[in-house]
Design a binder for this molecule. Structure first.
Ligand code: ADP
Ligand code: MG
Ligand code: ZN
Length: 610
């Protein structure tokens, strides 16, 4: 659109220019006075005329006093006819210089030809500009095939180094080797070592894969070509492959450097499972990546890094030696790492004196690096909104809840009845969690709606856990069911508030039986082969590798586990009904109970032996 408007403007301007030239010419530069024929004849009669020039139908008169005049005669009539017609005595013309000129060259041609030529000229100019803009679009289409990689060169401000990445010690150790390769390739080549070409970073979302890749480039002080796997996939066939070619060409030119393909699973999924055109396109792109990586010779100092959180879906060809043979795993941060990550992100934030990042780290098991960065950011925003100059523990704690459960919804008004039901429901969760030996201690109970939950009970493990036992899972199911059981015990019927609790309990029970082999009756085996249909990227298809009869037994077993867990919850609630009521009353009064307040009502959590 824009170039069209521009062209139109240019054409108009040219036209205006020509028109003004034309009009300038036709007035002959200095302005001559227009007079009638009778005035000319009068002047002749009086003998005032110096000279007359006949030019076509124009008579250009110069008077003796120097004034210039123009008169028009009738077309087709000559000047001498004119003189005769007005019967001007011949002697009056004596001494007047009369000159008959052809209509002047340019003037004639402009007058005669321009009206015909100008439209063609304008059309020609217009077409010319049209063609040019079309060509522009064409060449832009050709640029499609160029890689869109963003390049971070050495000296940008955004440069990060290993000290900006907290935790992930093993990963950093592995990548230090890569930095060495980039810095002193000769050292390795002299010993006949083959420099690795591909490094694959594996880890769940937010564990710092992208950050670590950039830090590697920063540490080695080399350019960093960053592209996301999805950027290879475009509407047009062949674009992905051509972008790959272009990317590697650019990299070779910039060597030594790092190519970073983020979210490589977008193009690197197992081949041969696709069902349509776009999948062929993806496969071509993947093939091109493989070809380019094979095409590096020993002296090219380019290292390809890639990141994914789905190593299971990657094409095996990508993982072959000579391609992404180095695999670096980024673990979820443990408590020490979480503290370190918090420290990195607290660097430029004014924290209150009583803030203990250790305590924040303790209460955020399972949080990723990105979550932790987010907590500090949210806390800073909260502090600013509360017009504070420093960030205090209160803001940090609030932002943990916000990141975990979504924002508080204080505006959601509960009726007194709903409040009572929610208080008992959450109290039930808390109580069962408190009295079951393997369940985690309760940190906070609240009946303020947050995110999609009507109320919440937060319980935290004392330490980071990696393995779970069957009894822990069974008690977890009991805690999940406790809200439902309490509602039934106290009010005689249940509400919709327990829906998501029930779903989670049922899913956990199913996994216990089908994935973890924890069922006594069905034995230590898994049931069902989870297969992924690639175009949806989700587990939607489960291949049954068991009989109809076993399916029935699985169902029975799940029901059995749920029944047992509900029974256990019911027992605790029956035994400690007075404590439950006290908790609920306290919740209705204050809406939120923290660990200390809750323990004042129910006492310290009994030790495991009890
Ligand atoms: P991924 O690519 O693994 O999904 P990112 O590298 O994009 O995760 O991390 C997102 C953000 O989380 C980073 O920009 C950084 O602020 C923070 N972060 C994650 N891990 C760490 C870490 N180990 N140290 C410091 N910050 C981290
Ligand atoms: Mg990332
Ligand atoms: Zn609940």
């Amino acid at each position: 659109m824009k170039p069209l408007i521009k062209n139109f403007l240019v054409v108009t301007l040219i036209f205006l220019f020509i028109a003004s030239l034309f009009s300038l010419y036709s007035t002959g530069g200095k302005t001559a006075q227009r007079v009638g024929l009778e005035s000319l004849l009068a002047s002749l009669d009086e003998g005032n005329v110096e000279s007359i020039a006949v030019e076509g139908n124009d008579l250009k008169i110069t008077l003796k006093d120097g004034t210039a005049q123009v008169a028009k005669k009738e077309p087709g009539e000559s000047f001498s006819d004119l003189v005769k017609n007005y019967s001007l005595p011949a002697e009056k013309l004596k001494g007047v210089k009369i000159e008959v000129r052809d209509e002047s060259g340019t003037r004639y041609w402009l007058g005669a030809v321009l009206p015909f030529v100008l439209p063609f000229l304008l059309i020609g100019v217009f077409i010319y500009f049209m063609l040019r803009s079309v060509q522009g679009a064409n060449s832009r289409a050709m640029m499609f095939g160029q890689s869109q990689a963003k390049e971070f060169s050495r000296d940008t401000k955004a440069r990060v180094s290993f000290k900006d990445v907290a935790g992930v010690k093993e990963a950093k150790e592995e990548l230090k080797e890569v930095v060495e390769f980039l810095r002193h390739p000769k050292k390795f080549l002299d010993l006949g070592a083959r420099i690795p070409r591909g490094v694959l970073l594996l880890g769940s979302p937010g564990t710092g894969k992208t950050l670590l890749a950039r830090a590697t480039a920063g540490e080695a002080n080399v350019p960093f070509l960053h592209i996301s796997g999805s950027e290879f996939v475009e509407m047009f066939v062949g674009v992905g492959a051509s972008r790959v070619r272009d990317l590697f060409k650019r990299a070779k030119k910039n060597s030594p450097c790092i190519i970073f393909i983020d979210e490589i699973d977008a193009v690197g999924r197992r081949r041969g499972a696709g069902l349509g055109g776009s999948h062929d396109e993806r496969e071509q792109t993947l093939n091109q990546i493989l070809v380019e990586m094979d095409g590096f010779d020993q002296t090219t100092n380019v290292i390809v890094m890639a990141a994914t959180n789905r190593p299971d879906v990657l094409d095996p060809a990508l993982l072959r030696p000579g391609r992404f043979d180095r695999q670096v795993v980024l673990d979820e941060p443990d408590i020490k790492d979480r503290e370190a990550i918090l420290k990195v992100h607290a660097r430029q934030k004014p924290l209150g004196k009583e803030v203990s990042l250790r305590r924040i780290a303790e209460s955020t098991p399972g949080f990723s690096g990105a979550d932790l960065a987010n907590i500090l950011n949210e806390a800073a925003i909260l502090a600013a909104r509360r017009n504070k100059k420093i960030i205090d523990m209160a803001e940090l704690q609030d932002s943990i809840l916000k990141v975990m459960l979504g924002p508080e919804r204080k505006s959601r008004v509960l009726t007194d009845k709903e409040k009572k039901i929610t208080a008992f429901h959450e109290g039930g969760h808390a109580l069962v969690s408190h009295f079951l030996p393997h369940a985690d201690p309760v940190q906070k109970i609240s009946i303020i709606a947050r995110g999609r939950a009507g109320g919440y009970t937060i319980k935290l493990p004392l330490e980071d856990k990696h393995l779970y036992t069957k009894s822990e899972y069974l008690e977890e199911i009991s805690v999940l069911l406790a809200g439902h059981v309490t509602e039934k015990e106290i009010f005689g019927e249940v509400t919709t508030g327990a829906t998501s609790d029930l779903r989670r309990a049922t899913n956990l029970a199913r996994r216990l039986v089908t994935d973890y082999g924890m069922s006594e009756n069905l034995g230590p085996r898994t049931f069902g082969e989870k297969e992924e249909l690639i175009f949806l990227g989700r587990e939607i298809h489960e291949q049954r590798d068991y009989s109809e009869k076993v399916a029935e037994e699985i169902d029975k077993e799940i029901t059995h586990i749920i029944d047992q867990a509900a029974h256990q919850a019911k027992g605790i609630i029956g035994r400690y009904r007075d404590l439950l009521e006290k908790t609920a009353v306290a919740l209705i009064a204050t809406e939120t109970l923290d660990k200390e307040e809750f323990e004042k009502i129910v006492g310290k959590k009994p030790k495991e032996a009890a």
